[in-house]
Design a binder for this molecule. Structure first.
Ligand SMILES: C[S@@+](CC[C@H](N)C(=O)[O-])C[C@H]1O[C@@H](n2cnc3c(N)ncnc32)[C@H](O)[C@@H]1O
Length: 336
């Protein structure tokens, strides 16, 4: 056993290295703040750890959380509930997958769905104060800046559009992210060919994104204002679709929230606005609340270079939280 041969000596007679030890220790005791802080830190950490564990185990009892729609009448078909081997939904096994956690909750129950036939007049009255945005278009100060037709899209003509329109025969389509209307006018043409009376609502702030002009330099700018909306309206008029397409020129989050309040629902919803995880997550969750029974939601960039920016992660997490299956059609994801 290792002995301390200095044990019996008075402190003043101890070798130098032992004296400095005693000096430091007594300083600590005279000034206890750092020690106390350290102990407090450890205690707080331990308390937080045990509290989190107990709330996690209580979350596990939530076997039937409310649907994201908060309304059974607007819940689309659940294709495939992900289950563990003992048949407990996986969605409750982690706080991030718990539907009742704040990051999974997107506002109150939507109003009772209004009939599809009155949706266009609701939007014109509520958003445009009763006057169609196509009326007296284009105003003289804008006319000379526009081209007869300038469309640019990304995956806007994929087979998924025809597949889903044929399948759902939609009376109402909501497009979240429209840009110059490539996919919207394509969908309008498809519904026309099928003889459907479909109203397509195009949600976009029509600002694009910083730097989009590196790719699309033919959209005019006037005093710092990019004229995406006028060029979109011009494209829609040029392609004879103004009766079936209405833009709603605000942010997707605020518009989806309002449509929910107004009871404006859709049979088909395309999500293709912000491509970072947080934007896609918010849009997908809010849009899903607007799906009619049997409706289908889909979106671009599940298999493009943008998927790793967040679209695919958001889609997969949404499907996991809700127990849905993600189908793939070309570059698009589909949840039905
Ligand atoms: C990829 S483009 C849409 C392309 C269109 N779906 C097509 O295929 O023709 C994305 C659009 O989303 C819009 N956007 C992005 N984030 C938005 C937000 N938070 N609110 C409103 N619009 C947004 C942009 O202005 C842009 O026009």
């Amino acid at each position: 056993m290792k002995n301390d041969h200095h044990q019996h000596l008075p402190r003043q007679q101890l070798p130098l290295h032992h004296r400095s030890f005693w000096k430091n220790s007594s300083n600590y005791l005279r000034n206890p703040k750092p020690t106390a802080y350290f102990i407090l830190l450890i205690l707080t950490y331990a308390l937080g750890y045990f509290t989190a564990s107990s709330s996690l185990s209580s979350n596990k009892q939530l076997t039937s959380p409310p649907s994201p729609n908060d309304s059974a009448s607007t819940t689309p078909t659940v294709v495939n509930l992900v289950t563990t081997t003992n048949n407990c939904p996986l969605a409750t096994s982690s706080p991030i997958l718990d539907k009742n956690n704040d990051h999974n909750r997107f506002g109150p129950v939507c109003s009772t769905p209004v009939p599809p036939e009155i949706i266009r007049s609701i939007i014109i009255n509520r958003v445009y104060n009763g006057t169609s945005p196509y009326e007296n278009f284009p105003p003289p100060h804008v006319a000379e800046l526009l081209r007869p037709k300038r469309v640019k899209g990304w995956g806007s003509y994929g087979a998924v559009f025809e597949n889903l329109i044929t399948k759902t025969q939609p009376k109402t389509i909501i497009e979240v992210g429209t840009f110059l209307g490539a996919s919207a006018t394509h969908m309008a043409e498809l519904t026309r060919q099928l003889g459907l009376q479909t109203q397509i609502l195009c949600l976009d702030d029509f600002r694009g994104w910083p730097g989009f002009r590196d790719r699309v330099d033919y959209v005019p700018v006037q005093n710092g204002d990019v004229l995406l909306l006028p060029q979109f309206l011009q494209n829609v008029i040029y392609l004879n679709s103004s009766e079936s397409i209405l833009p709603i020129p605000f942010t997707t989050g605020s518009t989806l929230q309002k449509l929910c309040e107004w009871g404006v629902m859709a049979d088909l919803i395309e999500v293709d606005a912000g491509h970072d995880f947080q934007s896609a997550w918010s849009d997908i969750n809010r849009a899903y609340k607007l799906l009619r029974p049997g409706g289908v939601m889909f979106g671009h960039d599940y298999f493009t270079k943008y998927d790793d920016k967040g679209v695919r992660r958001a889609v997969d997490l949404f499907a996991k939280v809700n127990g849905f299956k993600v189908n793939v059609d070309g570059q698009h994801w589909v949840i039905e």
